[in-house]
Design a binder for this molecule. Structure first.
Ligand SMILES: Cc1cc2nc3c(=O)[nH]c(=O)nc-3n(C[C@H](O)[C@H](O)[C@H](O)COP(=O)(O)O)c2cc1C
Length: 320
């Protein structure tokens, strides 16, 4: 994907994106979403930029970028610190075929042994401004940022916007919680609306978009170019479809069961291929189950989480 492709996508909102989620939105899961519910863009899980090795991005992360097929743009997300490591990583990722790079300025657990990363970078805005300018000069493709509203003060975003604009960031994804807040409380979409009113670049809203009504309400706010769905999409991938259709009717229990059987069941063969053996594949599938909130299915979900073989898991899944 080159810059013009993303720009034209952003010109035709609403744009629906699958959020990056470390440990969950692997290649197989992303492909399932692309084939079944067609998000407009998908993201890699964050790619840790190595500070101690001259190879800034691991071979398996480069392969992740390189292996992306099809028309749906893959946004490659970096997390790290230091101008030199991040610029060199950006160069390597572009050589590997990344058509769009994103910097993580939100992760509350991003601290690496070598220094502060993710949301922690918001603690030093001057240093961040210099880093973004350097990165922008290095990045020939689209460059976006995914950030929290602030480190401890949610109104910090209003100081960050001019920094992002001066650096030439193409677009912004805002999760309106602070880094300190982690996942407590609610995403403050009043704040999203305030930001949208003055944001000098296209803005994508993120955070607690778990139903059609919330998504559609956000899309009515002038200045919002799209939505990014994270946990809500893991819980209910078909939220993408209903949002696109403007359909707030929930599926019946029988439909929901069929959807869940299809969603989880379809992942089984891909996970076996992608991960190391049955044990790891099963663990990855169980991680996903943690995001399915259906009260009426918790007993069965519990049994699925205790399954010791893929064969048993597959059998139990038929009862969902
Ligand atoms: C398990 C998990 C892993 C995450 N990993 C990433 C990540 O790799 N990069 C990132 O920018 N955000 C990451 N996030 C944050 C989500 O992308 C998203 O911003 C956040 O969950 C709020 O959106 P939601 O309410 O739709 O889930 C992660 C969130 C969760 C729950």
């Amino acid at each position: 994907m080159n810059r013009n492709v993303t720009k034209s996508l952003l010109d035709t909102p609403p744009l629906l994106m699958l959020a990056p989620m470390q440990g969950l939105t692997n290649r197989v899961l992303r492909q399932w979403f692309i084939e079944h519910v067609a998000p407009d863009m998908v993201f890699t899980e964050f790619i840790r930029v190595q500070t101690r090795s001259r190879k800034r991005v691991t071979r398996s992360d480069l392969a992740e970028v390189n292996s992306h097929k099809g028309e749906t743009p893959l946004v490659v997300q970096m997390i790290g610190h230091g101008e030199e490591p991040l610029c060199e990583a950006a160069e390597g990722l572009q050589l590997a075929g990344a058509g769009h790079l994103n910097l993580n300025l939100g992760c509350p657990y991003g601290r690496m042994q070598t220094g502060a990363t993710g949301g922690e970078l918001l603690r030093e805005p001057l240093k961040l401004a210099a880093l973004l300018r350097k990165l922008r000069a290095q990045i020939k493709v689209d460059f976006s940022i995914k950030c929290r509203a602030g480190y401890a003060d949610p109104r910090q975003i209003f100081e960050l916007l001019p920094i992002f604009a001066d650096a030439g960031v193409d677009w912004l994804i805002l999760h309106p919680r602070t880094v300190v807040q982690r996942y407590a409380g609610e995403a403050d979409h009043q704040l999203t609306a305030e930001v949208a009113a003055i944001c000098p670049m296209p803005l994508i809203a993120n955070g607690d978009i778990n139903d059609v009504a919330t998504g559609l309400k956000l899309l009515q706010i002038p200045g919002i170019s799209g939505l990014m769905l994270g946990r809500g999409a893991l819980a209910d991938p078909f939220l993408f479809r209903r949002l696109r259709e403007g359909n707030s009717e929930l599926p019946s229990e029988a439909e929901r069961s069929a959807q869940l059987r299809g969603y989880i069941g379809d992942l089984l063969p891909g996970y076996l291929e992608q991960f190391c053996g049955e044990r790891q594949s099963l663990m990855k599938l169980k991680d996903l189950l943690n995001f399915i909130p259906d009260l009426s299915r918790q007993r069965l979900l519990g049994k699925l989480k205790r399954a010791q073989s893929l064969e048993k898991f597959g059998r139990l899944l038929q009862e969902i």
